[in-house]
Design a protein around this ligand. Structure first.
Ligand SMILES: *[C@@H]1O[C@H](CO)[C@@H](O)[C@H](O)[C@H]1NC(C)=O
Ligand SMILES: *[C@@H]1O[C@H](CO)[C@@H](O)[C@H](O)[C@H]1NC(C)=O
Ligand SMILES: *[C@@H]1O[C@H](CO)[C@@H](O)[C@H](O)[C@H]1NC(C)=O
Ligand SMILES: *[C@@H]1O[C@H](CO)[C@@H](O)[C@H](O)[C@H]1NC(C)=O
Ligand SMILES: *[C@@H]1O[C@H](CO)[C@@H](O)[C@H](O)[C@H]1NC(C)=O
Ligand SMILES: *[C@@H]1O[C@H](CO)[C@@H](O)[C@H](O)[C@H]1NC(C)=O
Ligand SMILES: *[C@@H]1O[C@H](CO)[C@@H](O)[C@H](O)[C@H]1NC(C)=O
Ligand SMILES: *[C@@H]1O[C@H](CO)[C@@H](O)[C@H](O)[C@H]1NC(C)=O
Length: 498
């Protein structure tokens, strides 16, 4: 716990601040994705290091026409060594896309990170990396940038089957990539008649087979459980999957004598909507510090949090969650629309100023926690995000008032259906089955996949909410933490829940 909090704090993100401040309209169709350069590693402008770096970048740029799509180089003078490499996406090697991308990267990198000695920048078609320390032949899996595609999510009807196929596919991709001479592989797998999974893996070509496999498998563990597409970008490897073809269908290059392009692949950026950066405190190369991160002002991209993926990195802050009491009163029209009564207090409907409907739970009992403790707990609970959990949007803490603000879920709770003679009929077996497996997935997430390991302790039909599509969402899951494990529930008779 403390360890985790510490990590969260150390790595805290200063990152969002960078998003809106800077934008680089200069990007070409090379399709900038992300970059990272800690400001703890800076050099003096117009120094020897700068001129070495410039030489390195021009060397890299002039080698972008290589048939391998990969090149590493260094410029070494006493105390001012600089090492760098680029890697083009396997299927664009030898094409204009590769050269253009590397040219763009070598030109933009110094603009985005003018005084940083260490940087990685990812584009759709290539990545560029440099550092004052040698990193050749070394597998670095941190920092990692995670992007996911939410656009195709609705096409996945059987998430379990999809996840099974996905796990098998990325494992296979990792093995094939690490065993291929160009450290690049793709794999297509049938998920169902209408859905094909496209997997893609690539490592920098200086890695050994074992290191490449290790890096890709590390990336594979960061794939979320509910996404129809995503990519994990690491300094030494990257992994991607989608339910549509995003790489050119030309077969992977033969070990030698690769022929030229088979045409550009479809630009896939429109489907990538979210990014999370995971930065570990134990980063070897990238000293954790401020990471200057910018993004191109493009509607197509949204950035969001997926904490279970980002691990130590976290952009949820107390400030972003805290509501004042006046706002809550306004939101709920002074607690006029009561939705129900739960074990911990009354629940009211409300509408935020942006129009979003919310459920507001006014806690009737004292949690026994101090203010800071309560706030910290709120931040942790807010980070639990899963489609089978009711999302905590914020809280209010003022005087005696302790209020939790949740997403609003349309169809109330499961007990309203189960125990209502008329509504019962709406629950046919297939619907019941879906509800049951959704609950199981939510619990699985709480127990195994979230970083908090929450035991619900009061799972019951009235704590299962149903959204407009009758998907179940577990509520009150943080209560055992907030109220402590020994306390009895107000509205149930037994110790810790029903
Ligand atoms: C690289 O730069 C960082 C930050 O300035 C410095 O701490 C480190 O010693 C440098 N490494 C080498 C090999 O010079
Ligand atoms: C670095 O050199 C450029 C051009 O040579 C000059 O315009 C700039 O002022 C110099 N910067 C510093 C900090 O000396
Ligand atoms: C690559 O481009 C450089 C100039 O940018 C040129 O000198 C070199 O001959 C080219 N190499 C190949 C293999 O075309
Ligand atoms: C590229 O990296 C390898 C080690 O992986 C090194 O032996 C080689 O000299 C590097 N190439 C250049 C041009 O620096
Ligand atoms: C996934 O999204 C892309 C881009 O929006 C679209 O072209 C494609 O048809 C979608 N595929 C499926 C299976 O939904
Ligand atoms: C690479 O191929 C060899 C022989 O085909 C196999 O023994 C090895 O396990 C493969 N490596 C990986 C990482 O799959
Ligand atoms: C995937 O399934 C479709 C229809 O079910 C079939 O036509 C196609 O050949 C299959 N592809 C592979 C790679 O198995
Ligand atoms: C790095 O950036 C952060 C946030 O802008 C700033 O507080 C810090 O002073 C910077 N550190 C250095 C060494 O410039």
């Amino acid at each position: 716990m403390n360890h985790q909090k510490m990590e969260s704090m150390t790595t805290l993100l200063l990152i969002f601040s960078g998003f809106t401040l800077l934008s680089f309209p200069t990007s070409t169709d090379a399709d900038y994705l992300y970059h990272i350069c800690p400001n703890t590693t800076t050099f003096t402008p117009n120094s020897t290091f700068q001129s070495n770096l410039n030489r390195l970048l021009s060397t890299l740029s002039s080698n972008a026409n290589r048939s391998t799509g990969f090149y590493n180089a260094s410029v070494q003078t006493p105390n001012n060594d600089v090492y760098g490499l680029f890697l083009c996406r396997g299927d664009v090697v030898g094409t204009d896309s590769c050269e253009t991308c590397v040219a763009t990267a070598t030109a933009e990198a110094p603009q985005r990170c003018p005084v940083e000695k260490q940087m990685v920048i990812w584009y759709d078609y290539c990545m560029l990396r440099y550092s004052n320390e040698s990193f050749f032949s070394r597998a670095d899996d941190k920092p990692s940038v995670y992007m996911w595609n939410t656009q195709n999510a609705s096409s996945i009807t059987d998430q379990n089957r999809f996840n099974e196929v996905l796990a098998a596919t990325v494992t296979e991709v990792a093995a094939q990539t690490s065993n291929s001479s160009h450290k690049f592989a793709t794999k297509e797998t049938n998920v169902s008649g209408s859905i094909t999974l496209y997997g893609f893996g690539q490592c920098t070509q200086d890695l050994s087979s074992g290191d490449c496999n290790w890096c890709l498998l590390a990336a594979a563990t960061q794939i979320p459980r509910t996404s129809a597409g995503g990519r994990i970008l690491k300094p030494s490897c990257n992994l991607r999957f989608e339910v549509y073809p995003f790489y050119s269908s030309a077969p992977p290059p033969p070990a030698s004598n690769r022929e030229g392009p088979k045409g550009k692949s479809k630009t896939p950026t429109s489907t990538i909507v979210a990014v999370v950066v995971a930065i570990s405190v134990s980063v070897l190369l990238f000293v954790v510090g401020y990471c200057c991160i910018t993004r191109r002002a493009r509607k197509k991209y949204n950035y969001a949090v997926a904490d279970e993926l980002s691990g130590e990195y976290d952009i949820t802050t107390v400030e972003s969650l805290q509501f004042d009491f006046a706002t809550i009163q306004e939101t709920t029209s002074n607690f006029s629309d009561k939705l129900g009564e739960g074990g911990f207090g009354q629940v009211y409907k409300g509408t935020l100023s942006n129009g979003q409907e919310v459920a507001v739970k006014r806690l009737s009992r004292n949690s026994g926690q101090g203010t800071e403790e309560f706030k910290n707990e709120m931040v942790l609970v807010a980070k639990l995000q899963h489609r089978n959990l009711v999302r905590l949007l914020g809280f209010c803490l003022e005087g005696e008032e302790k209020i939790l603000v949740y997403e609003y879920v349309l169809n109330k709770s499961l007990d309203c259906f189960l125990f209502d003679p008329e509504k019962q009929g709406q629950l046919d077996w297939s619907r019941r089955y879906k509800i049951i497996s959704g609950i199981a997935r939510g619990i699985m997430y709480l127990h195994e996949d979230s970083r908090l390991r929450i035991i619900h302790r009061d799972l019951k039909a009235s704590n299962i909410l149903l959204d407009g599509d009758m998907h179940p969402k577990i509520s009150d899951f943080g209560m055992a933490r907030i109220f402590g494990v020994d306390q009895t529930q107000a509205n149930t008779n037994r110790i810790v829940g029903t």
